[in-house]
Ligand binder design. Structure first.
Ligand code: FES
Length: 59
């Protein structure tokens, strides 16, 4: 079974990780022009949020 994690990057998007590889970067700042994907707008928006990791393997 692949290891699946959601990593909330510090001051950036939620990264969907499968076996250690990023398969999607989802906006959590609300500023992306290409939602649900992150387009890097969080950098100029001054978005600030803590890093977190959730293992959702088998969930
Ligand atoms: S988190 Fe990157 S654009 Fe929103």
């Amino acid at each position: 079974m692949p290891k699946v994690e959601i990593q909330s990057s510090e001051n950036g998007p939620n990264l969907v990780m499968v076996d250690g590889k990023v398969v999607a970067a989802l906006c959590r700042c609300g500023q992306s022009k290409h939602k649900p994907n992150c387009d890097g707008s969080h950098r100029t928006a001054g978005f600030a949020a803590a890093k977190a990791v959730v293992d959702v393997t088998g969930a």
